[in-house]
Design a protein around this ligand. Structure first.
Ligand code: ARG
Ligand code: ZN
Ligand code: CA
Length: 396
């Protein structure tokens, strides 16, 4: 970015805009809450072109799993945030922070060149996305996640202050994306998350960079904690990363060991997402980091496409299925008319057992009869011009 004069100028301007917004948030103490942010996401598996439909179905589930982890971590609703209360007394100057944010895989008005239609998830396979570069203007306006083999032991990387209008991406290694799926199949061949980086937190970390966060181990602080180190005042400064959950120095406990103090003389916030610890022992952003991320979001929000996400009400409760469980015959009842819609039922291995398109005229009710299905757990996708919904279907 910095080697290309036009991109360099845009980058510097973006950072200046961010600084103004950060000042505004800091001076108005606007840090505690924010109006719901919805981020349209596209997920790309650039080397997945030759995969069969079963594995593609698996990889769409893996993408959604990763998004679920992201939403938990960014909203502070991850289960392991409860660990903070055990150690918080050691960090009197630090409070946890979160955003009110939903990352959503886009479902409509996809870029024409993608070949995707309304109702499809914005998940691409083998499109030679990026041509091995790290930006692609076809997908400008999205939060782009690229999943591919990264060599050299790197789990992921991101621009520091990412710009959706520039088609920028966050890249995650194909063995560090998502986490175990449920129900079976619990992994997708070729994309198996590898311990100890198998809880989806590489993306939590990299997106922190995309939202303009530096590592907590950037450097020791100078006179001003807002302009030196990681530029966040409620993260104790350090200049070395921590890696190992099980090492005696993590989580640090000054009562147990003097070595827990970082080389900057403070207790290291090892459980922060912007350190380097293993997935299982990172579980929090600080309030100062959340403010900084909000300032970055506010300064780039206008770059995000506004038409790629269906409105939530359709996704949540636009129809019901009954009875469920059933014996293979069930009714889909819509709350509102959709012009046309399609129904797909697939089993837990991703194999499609039923597919049909319907034209809806004035009838809100559609009966579906499956042909003698084996009992078990299935998924049903209902797709209309308003989006796509997946629900669990149990056949007895
Ligand atoms: N860019 C860092 C690396 O590749 C990512 C660290 C992510 N840490 C994690 N626990 N997932 O090393
Ligand atoms: Zn990093
Ligand atoms: Ca700091």
């Amino acid at each position: 970015i910095m080697n290309d004069p036009a991109k360099r100028t845009a980058y510097i301007e973006q950072q200046e805009k961010f600084e103004v917004e950060l000042q505004r948030l800091e001076s108005n103490a606007l840090r505690s809450t924010n109006a719901l942010i919805r981020i349209p996401v596209a997920v790309h598996y650039p080397s997945g072109g030759a995969l069969n439909s079963t594995i593609k179905t698996c990889l769409r589930r893996l993408a959604q799993k990763q998004i679920d982890i992201l939403n938990a971590d960014y909203n502070g609703t991850n289960a392991d945030i409860s660990l903070w209360s055990d150690v918080s007394a050691n960090y009197p100057a630090t409070t946890t922070g979160s955003l009110n944010i939903q990352f959503v895989i886009a479902t409509q008005n996809h870029p024409a060149a993608s070949g995707l239609v309304d109702g499809d998830l914005a998940v691409t396979f083998g499109t030679n996305f990026l041509n091995n570069a790290d930006t692609d203007l076809t997908w400008s306006g999205y939060c782009n996640l690229v999943v591919r083999n990264i060599t050299g032991g790197i789990l992921g990387y991101s621009p520091l202050g990412g710009s959706p209008s520039g088609g920028m991406t966050v890249v995650i290694d194909d063995n560090a994306f998502g986490a175990a799926l449920s129900p079976s199949p619990t992994t997708c061949s070729g994309y198996v998350p590898g311990a100890p980086y198998n809880k989806g937190r590489t993306l939590t970390h990299e997106l922190g960079h995309f939202f303009n966060l530096r590592h907590t181990f950037q450097s020791c602080d100078g006179a001003n904690c807002l302009t030196t180190g990681d530029r966040v005042c409620d993260t104790p400064p350090t200049n070395q990363p921590r890696y190992d959950c099980n090492a005696a120095d993590s989580p640090p406990d000054p009562a147990v060991s003097g070595q827990a103090l970082s080389t900057c003389g403070e207790l290291q916030l090892t459980m922060n997402y912007m350190d380097y610890v293993q997935d299982a022992c990172m579980y929090m952003f600080t309030a100062g980091q959340a403010t900084r991320m909000l300032a970055w979001y506010n300064s780039i929000a206008s770059q995000l496409t506004t038409t790629a996400l269906a409105n939530e009400t359709f996704l949540e409760n636009q129809f019901s299925i009954y009875p469920n469980p059933n014996k293979g015959s069930f009714t889909i009842e819509f709350k509102e008319l959709a012009n046309s819609f399609s129904v797909e039922v697939y089993d837990i291995t991703g194999k499609t057992i039923y597919e049909n398109n319907y034209e809806q005229s004035s009838n809100l009710i559609q009966v579906v009869d499956l042909d003698n299905p084996t009992s078990g757990i299935y998924f049903i996708n209902i797709k209309s011009d308003k989006g796509i919904v997946t629900k669990k279907l149990i056949i007895q």
